[in-house]
Each structure stands twice: as C-alpha cells, then as structure tokens.
Ligand binder design. Structure first.
Ligand SMILES: C[S@@+](CC[C@H](N)C(=O)[O-])C[C@H]1O[C@@H](n2cnc3c(N)ncnc32)[C@H](O)[C@@H]1O
Length: 268
C-alpha cells in the first residue's frame, strides 16, 4: 500500500537532517536583520561587518534555533560551523564541477540516509562468522535455507556466507546505489552466487527468509521489529548486530570472538 503524500511529507519534515536544513535556511532572514542592526550601530572599529561576521552570526543563530528545537547536541556544532565551511569552500575558488562531483558521490553513497538514519558502516569478519554459527546444519533432503542481509552495504557478509555455506541461498538488499553497485560488481567479478538487490527492505516480504540479519541503527529498530513480527514465519530468526529493540528483550545475546559488541537474536 502506498502512503498518502501528506504522511510522507510530515515524516520527511520530522527527520533530523531535513529539520537541520530548514533551520539553516530559516536562520538566513534573522541573520540579515541582526547584521543590519549591527551595521547600523556604527561599531565597525569593534567588529567590521564582513562576510566572516555574517557567517559567524548565521552560525550562532542556526545553533541557537537548533538548541531550542531540541535536535541532538551534535547538530548545534554542525549548524554553527556550516556557514563558515561554506565561506572557506568559496575562498578556495575551486571549479564548480568539483562541488557537483562531490555531491553526486555523496548522494550515491548515502542516498536516503537523511530519511532512514542508517548510514553505511561495515561489520567485521568475526561478526559474519558468529552469524554463520547460528545457522542450522544443512537440511538433509529438505529445502534450502534462505538468509538475507537487510542493508547489505558493500556485501561483505553476503559474499562470505555464500562462500562458506553453499547449501544456503544468500541475498543482500541495499538502498544506496554506490554500495549496492560495489557489492554487485564484487559478486560478478569473484564468480559468487550471492544475490544483491537494489531497493528498500521495507518493501520486501520477510516471510521468505529463515534468517534476517540486520546491522542498522537505533532509529530503525522499532519499525524493523513491527515488520518482523508481522511477516516472519515460525522457526525463522532475526539477528541484529549492535542494536537491540527497545521493550523487546532478545532471546539470545551472542558475542563474536574479539568483539565486545553483541549480536541480538530473536526466535519467531
Ligand atoms: C550499518 S550498514 C551495514 C552494512 C552491512 N550489512 C554490514 O554488515 O557490513 C547499513 C546499511 O543499510 C543500508 N540501508 C539503510 N536503510 C535501508 C533500507 N530501508 N533498505 C535497504 N538498505 C538500507 C544503508 O545504506 C547502509 O549501507
């Protein structure tokens, strides 16, 4: 079912990155008024009204609004420094295509992170092996096990499992185009049978999988649990690395070798 446009818009406006952007834009007219007042005080011997003054005032106004709006503390620093960073970038007088290129690379890499609040950061081979140990032995004469990594990044876990468990069908799904393309190429170039889908795991039916592996972020866990509860079949498992689910204690906590960060497992 598609969501009504108003709910998509209100969800978008509630995301911290979009709120931060709106605050930065909203601070501009206030900054103009303040700078105008400062200029009219004729105190230029104390502080010259320059682009630097404007950037400092803009940063301070944006940081103050961010504080009032109750965004996480690191956003105040980002809002404070953003106008100064723009000024510094302009001072470098770089050709404009560089900004476009950097923008496109960041867009390809992070894509919807502003909405999902799940950026890319990889898990380690020790974690992949700990997840592998949670899989049952190959089914004698039975159907093949199906495993998915939701948010598969560069594909490390999926490629590993496809290599060490030939009896398992392993799929990765990734929203951001550049990490997905990298994982897809890695599979093609290494001749792996791992499958990589480009898309949103929210649109996928978890009922097809015996094991769902997630390494996401605290912001995603509540919705992930609701989806898993609605769709996962009896006998299947959900494993999350690092992030647990508020109000839903795991059935098992696993520690990978040499890793203090736990894996959480829920049985369905
Ligand atoms: C923390 S990384 C984990 C990467 C990989 N699973 C690993 O263990 O190395 C999370 C990944 O999930 C992706 N992601 C976030 N939300 C997603 C969604 N709704 N559907 C598909 N991928 C998503 C992000 O783009 C990011 O690459």
């Amino acid at each position: 079912m598609t969501r009504p446009p108003s709910s998509i818009l209100s969800r978008l406006v509630r995301t911290p990155a979009v709120r931060a952007l709106l605050i930065q834009c909203g601070a501009a007219p206030l900054t103009l008024v303040l700078v105008y007042l400062l200029a009219s005080l004729r105190l230029s011997w104390l502080y010259p009204v320059s682009y630097l003054t404007v950037a400092v005032v803009h940063g301070l106004v944006a940081a103050a609004i961010t504080w009032r709006a109750g965004l996480a503390p690191w956003w105040r620093l980002i809002e404070l420094l953003f106008p100064l960073a723009v000024l510094a970038a302009l001072a470098l007088q770089l050709p404009s295509w560089i900004f476009l290129l950097v923008f496109l690379v960041l867009l390809g890499w992070y894509w919807s992170t502003f909405r999902t609040q799940v950026p890319y950061f990889p898990s380690s081979p020790g974690v992949w092996d700990a997840v592998r140990q949670q899989l049952p032995e190959p089914r004698a004469g039975g159907g093949r096990l199906r495993v998915i990594d939701i948010g598969s990044g560069l594909g490390g876990f999926v490629l590993y499992l496809a290599r060490v468990r030939p009896d398992v069908d392993v799929v990765g799904i990734e929203l951001a185009p550049l990490p997905w393309l990298t994982s897809w190429l890695r599979a093609r170039l290494s001749g792996s049978r791992a499958q990589f889908l480009r898309g949103d795991y929210e649109q996928l039916d978890f009922g097809q999988f015996d094991l769902v592996f997630a390494y996401l972020s605290p912001a995603a866990m509540g919705q992930l649990w609701r989806k898993a509860q609605a769709e996962m079949c009896p006998g299947s498992n959900l494993i999350s690395y690092e992030f647990d689910i508020c109000g839903k204690p795991p059935d098992l906590v696993i520690h990978a070798t040499n890793d203090t960060t736990p894996l959480y497992k829920w049985y369905f």
